[in-house]
Structure formats: structure tokens, C-alpha cells
Design a protein. Sequence first.
Length: 386
Amino acid sequence: MITKLRVERFRALRDVTVRLGKFNVLIGPNDQGKTSFLEAVFAIAATARNSIAESFWSPWRGRNLAYHGDPQGIRLSASLANADLSSPIIDYSVAVRALGEGCTVAQETVDSQVLLEDNKETIVRQFLRGASVNPAFRSLVESVASRLHPPALTRWDVEELGSPSLLRPDRKQAFDPTGYGLGTCLAEQKLARDEAFNNIVSQFCQLFPEFRGIGFHRVQGRSWERGPDQRRNVVPVAGDCFEMFFQRHDGIEVPANLVSGGVLVTLAFLTMAELNGDLLLIEEPENGLHPARLQGIVEMLRRVCDLRPDSQVLLTTHSPLLLDFVQPEQVRLFSRNKAGDVEVHHLEDIPDIKDRLKYTMLGELVFSDWENFIEEIRDHANSGAR
């Protein structure tokens, strides 16, 4: 688990350090660095299993991902803990700089020991691929590998969630972060008689009792896939796609592209939580959902953290309602200071926050007067408290 992440010179972030728990909510107006931070978490986790060029959600094009094109490149520094926090924290850092139109690992360190410099992949990835590692730091590398879990990033697109899909069997993720391939992913689980499919359908039908099941038809179609640089590429060969439908109790089959966006988004979250429960990075889960469904989604994601020791969730939101379902210690506030740099504050650092919540809901407290609330937090931070 990542207990702290420092991000230097990456996208909108010049230099921020954020403490993290099992369940984390990132809030703030648009263009305050929340997405940049989410992608930084994705990147450092992905370096353990991908080449450095494939570890970033947004592809490198010269210095485009460095803050203001900084020639130093970027550095991501994580404090890593094991699931029950019983072992000492390990400090792991990866520095990346531009190399032509791509990038290279400028430096990789564990507990201040330099592991390598100028390479296309990290030592941790080499270790996981079976390569020999210097015995002097093999145990540290092994510990990092066991604590950096595969990330799953979501940016749901309702149209993609409901479309027929064809996916490569050797893909790295269960389905695309946009939601494309949800039907194929579930069809594969059903064909394999995987218990995960039954669990997903059971939970879904409890939430939407008008349906009694989920089925699939094979149809001809052309597909697309996401390449190593995260860009979408059309697959040139057409083939059998899976078209998902929902079974009503009267026997009528409702195609996925005709049900509500909230139905599809909820099903996508259930599937993601069942199949990708390690490091979930979620942008604005409220999109496409009726407000009444939001509490259930938050509770489901928290349940993933509770039931799976290695799981960790980070989500961004603009919803005051969502904040009413979380605790102050789970909230990180992103804002820009007068110089235009992103700052991150932890809501739990306000000494009287719990007393205030006796009289008002968290969402109302934070969003009703955002600017004054942020100034108050800055004043508290500048006073040297905590």
C-alpha cells in the first residue's frame, strides 16, 4: 500500500506530498491537479510491471508530461507499507526524464540506495520478469514488488459501457478504463463458469430487482484496443463480439445500449471491484449515477478495502453528497496558491473538524464556502500547527 506519495514536476504538479490511507477522496475545483495526482499514482504503480514508456496513462512526447516542460523531468517518491502495517516503511523513488520523443528511467532508488540509472525499465520490473538482481538489495526489491499493486484506472463512458465489444485475450486489464469491453469481460467470466460472474450478477440484481439476470449474444463487429501508449487503435480484423443484455422477469431482453447509464455504471463498478481489487483509481464516480445510488457505490468500494488486505482506493469527486458518506481523515483538498502552484491539504489536520461536523454535513461544510475554507486551512498550516 502507498502510505505517502511525493510528486515532483509532473503535469500540473510542481511539488506536492500527500498522505494516503486505504480509502482516499480527492476534492477541489477543476484544474487543481487531482487528475495529475491520480495519474502519478497510476504511473509509479505501473512501473513495477510495465516498461517506463508504458507506465504513464498519457503518452510521453518530449517533455510534455514534465511540469512546464522542466528539463529535469519528473520524480515520483512513494512510502510503501505491507498490508497490515507490521513491517517497516520502504521509501521507493523513480525519476523519469525525456529521451527524444520518449522517456527513460533516470534513476531508481530504494531507501536512498541507487538501483539503476538510465534504463527503459525499473529493477523491480526486471525482478518480476525473473531477471537476476544484485543480492545486496534483492530483499528490498522483492518488498517493493510485493507492495506495488497493479493499478486500475476508470473514466467511464456510458456509450462505451453499453456497446458490443471484442477484446484481446492477452490484454493487461479486465476491460478498458472507459468501460469498453465490459460485456466481453463478463461473458468470459460466465463461459469460464467463474464464481466472480455469479457474485457480480447477484449483487447487481439486488440493486436492480427489475432484472433477474445478465446474458450475451454473439454478433459480428469490429473492435479497438488500447496500445502500450494508452492510445486507442482499431483492430483491423472483424470477429465475434459479445453484446450484453439484461433479462427482465417477464422474459424480455433489454440490450445494454438501451438501459440507463446508471445501470451500466453500477455494473461496471461491481465488476471492477470483483476483478481488480488491488489499486482502484476512480474519476468522479458520481457521473451517470442517480444520487440515491452514490452511497451504495461508496460503501461497496470501502468494503473492497475492508475485505481485501492489499486493496487501496483513490477517487476524485465534485459531489458534496459523496462527502457525506466518508470520514474527514479520508479527504484530501487540492487547490492553487497565489503563485499558481497546486497545494494539497488533509482535512483531518483541522483541529476542530469533528466538532464542526456535529452541526453540519461534511459536503456542506467544505463546498458551501470553498475559498474561505481553503484560506482557513492555509492559515492553520502556516501557523505551524501539527
